[in-house]
Design a protein around this ligand. Structure first.
Ligand code: AMP
Length: 372
């Protein structure tokens, strides 16, 4: 274990959203300063010791930033990979820039998963309308066309149904390189939030069940209520992914639980949807529901410190932890949340409650009545 940072040191964070804000707060509790680098005024700036607002390719601003920090991490995966690679020439960047190469491109991610022996939805590469027609002939309809880059919260994807014109469908996503994915008949969406330390130590939180509304995460419930063999397999796959990436920090792996029989004869099978190389919305429950929050865990990992305990506070079988996102105008319910004795309120300090915008979240530790 190499302690690459001591209290009083500074972590640079690329990205300034709510994830950066919660990372900065967790770092402050450990006596660590944070310098946020973001391309627009954003929630993390308010709680950081320093911030820079400049484009991600501003060489002068990046040079000043790198001189002011002891190591660098990121809170969203779409920072330009060349920026991370350049910074890594003069500073520790964790997780490493190699991770961005895999996670910024859905095709690279699928190829990485296949090479790692982890199951994902059947897919084909689609570079033009002709390739889409060939992919549909192979995969069938309905299927999902997803842009290779810059897709999130359902953006950059479209379902290809019976009768849909393929040239129009391809153009509807901007005519950019894409993949076509088979629709997975899932019974549950789950995620594994886990951390890998720089020396290879690995620790996962309890599995999360995720409910989406309009393609945006609405709520997470832990435990996910999956059979033990599925939970063990989900963590095993996440561990394989983290090792194969030589990962350092917290990551989340989103998976589908399907009813199909897997090759191993299990009653359920797992299919990886996406790897998020960062702290993740489905891990927000750990702020109030686990011994070490995902934010503290990420800071510990990138600093080269030992990982913290991931145990859930309410571990009785009949109890669970719930996280609910406050999206858009839902944030106006904040005073009602305060009146609920089981709820903890987290607000991100964003001024405009636009539709679909994550404004805050609520965590609840729920105990079945009658249990002591
Ligand atoms: P993504 O942006 O890939 O995370 O997709 C957003 C949401 O679309 C997922 O959380 C699923 O609910 C759904 N989805 C994405 N890909 C598939 C798939 N291959 N089969 C079924 N549902 C999917």
């Amino acid at each position: 274990m190499s302690l690459d940072l001591i209290p009083g040191g500074t972590i640079g964070i690329l990205g300034g959203g709510q994830l950066g804000r919660m990372l900065a707060l967790a770092a402050a509790r450990l006596g660590i300063k944070v310098h946020i680098y973001t391309d627009s005024a954003s929630p993390a700036c308010e709680v950081a010791a320093a911030h820079t607002i400049a484009p991600y390719d501003d060489e002068r601003a990046l040079a000043e930033f790198v001189n002011s920090v002891d190591l660098i991490t990121y809170e969203f995966e779409n920072i330009p990979a060349p920026t991370a690679t350049k910074l890594a020439e003069s500073c520790l960047v964790r997780p490493g820039p190699n991770v961005l190469g895999v996670c910024q491109d859905r095709l690279a991610e699928k190829e990485f998963l296949a090479a790692a022996g982890v199951a994902a939805a059947p897919y084909m590469r689609v570079d033009d309308a002709g390739a889409l027609a060939r992919a549909i002939a192979q995969i069938g309809r309905p299927a999902i066309l997803k842009t290779r880059r810059l897709g999130y919260d359902g953006k950059g994807q479209v379902v290809v149904r019976e009768g849909a014109d393929l040239a129009v469908t391809f153009r509807s996503l901007g005519g950019v390189p894409a993949i076509l994915e088979a629709v997975v008949p899932f019974s549950k969406e789950i995620s594994v939030v886990a951390a890998r330390a720089c020396d290879g130590a690995f620790a996962a939180y309890d599995i999360c069940e995720n409910i989406h509304k309009n393609h945006i995460l609405k709520s997470t419930r832990v435990p996910a209520g999956v059979p033990m063999d599925i939970a063990v397999e989900a963590v095993r796959q996440t561990h394989i992914i983290a090792d194969a990436l030589d990962y350092c920090g917290v990551l989340a792996v989103e998976m589908f639980v399907t009813d199909a029989k897997s090759g191993a004869g299990q009653a359920f099978a797992l299919c990886v949807n996406e790897i998020a190389p960062r702290v993740h919305n489905s891990g927000h429950w750990t702020l109030d529901g686990a011994i070490t929050s995902q934010f503290e865990q990420h800071i510990r990992a990138v600093a080269g410190w030992p990982l913290g305990a991931t145990e859930r506070f309410v571990a009785s079988k009949a109890s669970f932890v719930e996280m609910e996102n406050l999206i858009g105008e839902e944030v106006n319910s904040w005073s009602k949340v305060l009146a609920d004795p089981s709820a903890k309120l987290h607000l991100y300090g964003k001024e405009m409650a636009r539709p679909g915008r994550k404004m805050g979240h609520v965590t609840r530790l729920v105990k079945e009545p009658g249990l002591l």
